[in-house]
Design a protein around this ligand. Structure first.
Ligand SMILES: NC(=O)c1ccc[n+]([C@@H]2O[C@H](COP(=O)([O-])OP(=O)(O)OC[C@H]3O[C@@H](n4cnc5c(N)ncnc54)[C@H](O)[C@@H]3O)[C@@H](O)[C@H]2O)c1
Length: 443
């Protein structure tokens, strides 16, 4: 079966390579011809663990193209283009509709068009109306997590499929055939209508963001009352109804999905004249959290942030090069605005490269003269007045802190992800470091 994929970003590329690995012939199309040229050479333009190797193994089953006509003859086409937020926070569907518009002339009435992009409730219905009887539209929201996306493709926790009420039976049968590998692995399938499938995606992301915002708000209270948020989260998380995931207090969530999806859900509530109380609070707490953390740093320096800081971690989460809505970069911006000089470092080379590109844009005064990217941790911490951990790499624990102690000018450490282990924190404090986490009481 020939399968088409539109958009070769984080979702589309994983989908294309993953399906090729399962034995399908895949045509992966993107309007960005520079991306396609890189892919044709066998190099993924993004960093995801295992992706390069997987792409290599399955090269002969994938055609990368910037010519939409090459999608002709695909029985199923997955639409994986971006759905960023517009200026008001609403989902911008221009990429989705322009992709469908370019695909439409190639459709013959027998194809299935699958929306993998995260789209507001009602979009699949609109797309079906737009393509008329030239194709059947299926909603199949994506749940992969950047950083472990390849593993998530082969081991999803669920597959959600949403169909239109008038779809013939073969549409579902074909979708189940494509995903037979997951059925055999007994991955749970949720087969539902378009609207429910669309809402599952927004509800899931907003719920996860809400868990983080909840624990972050609680961390502020913990600091005031003398509780330790790590112990509080542990005690809460042992209740299986609550679970321990997404209960790590920190500087807040970012990334390519949570911010835009929470905002888009807020809009969907508003459009139906329902007050989006929890999603709104989730967003507001997150916006405050980074300011709250900056304030802690500011306080330590008596209100003067004109020193030099090492910023550890640059992307929005570990093991990715994706900088979209990165809390670390937001922090960098805020520090620079207050007169600080920031030396950034991330373990992922692609993340460092992407930040270097941002810094090089001379018109971007946000970073131009206040941020440099170091290729080694040693260089980043050398001579600084403070070290800030902004991304939760466990690896920070394994660094040589004795050496770091000798390199910094001032032993002040702000752990914005509560990632350092108690034992290490104790050693650092013994060594004269000022340590500050998020809602924690070093023991
Ligand atoms: N990134 C994630 O972790 C993730 C996870 C789950 C769901 N999603 C959702 O999946 C969708 C895609 O996200 P992403 O992170 O892969 O985006 P992305 O920006 O990395 O990739 C989108 C790709 O689509 C291409 N494109 C845009 N318009 C096109 C068109 N008309 N024709 C062909 N190609 C076109 C772009 O050039 C780009 O390469 C979004 O709706 C997102 O919310 C993302």
């Amino acid at each position: 079966m020939k399968i088409g994929v539109i958009g070769t970003g984080y979702v589309g590329l994983i989908q294309a390579v993953g399906l090729a690995h399962l034995g399908f012939k895949v045509v992966a199309y993107d309007i960005d011809s520079s991306k396609i040229e890189i892919l044709k050479k066998g190099t993924p333009p993004i960093y995801e663990k295992g992706l390069k190797e997987l792409l290599h193994q399955n090269r002969e089953r994938i055609i990368f193209t910037s010519s939409v006509e090459d999608l002709k003859g695909s029985e199923v086409v997955f639409v994986c283009v971006g759905t960023p937020q517009d200026a008001k926070g609403k989902a911008n569907l221009n990429f989705v509709f322009s992709a469908i518009e370019s695909l439409k002339p190639l459709l013959t009435g027998k194809e299935i068009v699958v929306l993998k992009s995260t789209v507001p409730v009602g979009t699949n219905r609109k797309v079906q109306k737009f393509v008329g009887n030239k194709a059947f539209v299926v909603s199949n929201p994506e749940f992969l997590r950047e950083g472990i996306a390849v593993d998530d493709f082969f081991n999803p926790e669920r597959v959600v499929l949403g169909f239109g009420e008038n779809h013939p039976k073969w549409v579902m049968e074909k979708m189940l055939k494509i995903y037979e590998y997951f059925l055999k692995k007994e991955v749970p399938f949720v087969v539902t209508n378009w609207e429910s499938a669309e809402l599952i995606k927004y509800a899931s992301n907003t719920f996860l963001a809400m868990k983080i915002s909840f624990i972050n708000e609680l961390a502020r209270l913990s600091e005031k009352v003398g509780a330790d948020i790590k112990d509080v989260a542990k005690g809460m998380g042992l209740d299986s109804r609550i679970g321990n995931k997404f209960l790590n207090a920190g500087i807040g969530w970012g990334g390519s999905c949570f911010p835009k999806d929470v905002s888009a859900l807020i809009w969907q509530f508003k459009e139906w004249e329902i007050e989006p109380k929890l999603p709104k609070a989730t967003k507001e707490i997150n916006e405050e959290q980074i300011l709250w953390f900056l304030n802690k740093i500011r306080k330590h320096y008596g209100g003067n942030l004109s020193g030099t800081f090492a910023l550890l971690g640059l992307a929005f989460k570990p093991y990715t090069d994706d900088l979209r809505e990165s809390p670390s970069l937001k922090l960098a911006e805020m520090l620079i605005e207050e007169g600080a000089f920031v030396k950034g470092y991330d373990y992922i080379e692609g993340a460092r490269k992407n930040v270097k590109k941002l810094v090089e844009v001379k018109t971007s005064t946000r970073y131009s003269y206040g941020l440099i990217v170091c290729d080694e941790l040693k260089t980043a911490v050398e001579g600084v007045d403070g070290v800030i951990i902004a991304v939760e790499y466990k690896e920070w624990n394994r660094e040589n802190w004795k050496e770091i102690s000798k390199l910094v000018r001032n032993k002040a450490l702000f752990d914005g992800r509560n990632i350092l282990k108690e034992e290490l924190i104790r050693e650092l404090i013994k060594d004269g470091w000022h340590y500050e986490g998020v809602g924690v009481k070093p023991k």
